[in-house]
Write a protein that binds this ligand. Structure first.
Ligand code: DX5
Ligand code: ZN
Length: 234
């Protein structure tokens, strides 16, 4: 991916689930680039959320690409269902995939973009071999399971290394960051090398979703490579 724009992916985990279509329409009208859907299974993470029926329902009410983050053990058994439901990206955790290459191929064979992600304490080296095949690398900046947690600052350095890994290997993977992202830290995360910012509570707890998305994008854009901020970093 060319790094010309900052993409914002609101996470519906912090939306009002009783009015989900309306909430999605508000972030879509507010300038969201993707819709991030957190799937939690109560095993890999200590929380339960949504499955393929919600992805299918959302596919009918939005044009936004559906960025599905699978926080579940044995994601392989659900890949066909999520693909069928209309996911555009399916992202699996390396911690749950002993045969990661097979899993990534299985996602891609269904015409879905394949993402790989890793927890804050998981080494970046765990994705080194798969990065040429991945469409997306998601660096978790909180321990997955809940919205509204604080961004783990030490992950910034890992984001920089992830950027270097993608650039060095010529991978086309987009670099996404998820957890504790808000207007105040968006610039630093983009400056470290991210392409896509996932943000849940910061957007859905604000009174004007569009204004928050816009503020996040403006702050992040100033930190894009080629601007004064990015040059000063080197
Ligand atoms: C955390 C989820 C995130 C979460 C982000 O396990 O993967 O996508 O919704 O929420 P905030 O932005 O509130 O940290
Ligand atoms: Zn997520």
């Amino acid at each position: 991916m060319t790094r010309r724009s900052v993409l914002i992916a609101p996470s519906i985990l912090s939306a009002d689930f009783a009015r989900l279509a309306e909430e999605v329409a508000r972030v879509e009208a507010g300038g969201a680039d993707l819709l991030h859907i957190d799937v939690m299974d109560g095993h890999f993470v200590p929380n339960l959320t949504v499955g393929p029926p919600i992805v299918e329902a959302l596919r009918k009410v939005t044009k936004l690409p559906l960025d599905v983050h699978l926080m579940m053990t044995n994601p392989d058994s659900f890949i066909p269902e999520f693909a069928e439901a209309g996911a555009d990206y399916l992202t699996v955790h390396v911690e749950t995939c002993p045969h990661l290459h097979r899993t990534v191929q299985s996602v891609k064979e269904r015409g879905v973009k394949a993402g790989v992600t890793l927890n804050p304490a998981t080494s970046l080296s765990s994705v080194e071999e798969i990065i040429p095949d991945a469409d997306l690398l998601l660096v978790m900046s909180v321990n997955p399971g809940f919205g509204g947690q604080h961004f783990i600052e030490s992950v910034l350095e890992k984001i920089s290394r992830a950027r270097q890994l993608i650039d060095r290997t010529g991978s086309r993977a987009a670099l996404e960051v998820d957890g504790g992202v808000k207007v105040e830290n968006a610039a630093r995360i983009i400056q470290a090398g991210a392409d896509i910012l996932v943000s849940g509570s910061a957007i859905f707890s604000s009174s004007d979703y569009g204004a928050t998305i816009k503020a996040m994008r403006q702050s992040a854009r100033k930190a894009m490579p080629g601007t004064g901020a990015a040059v000063a970093r080197r």
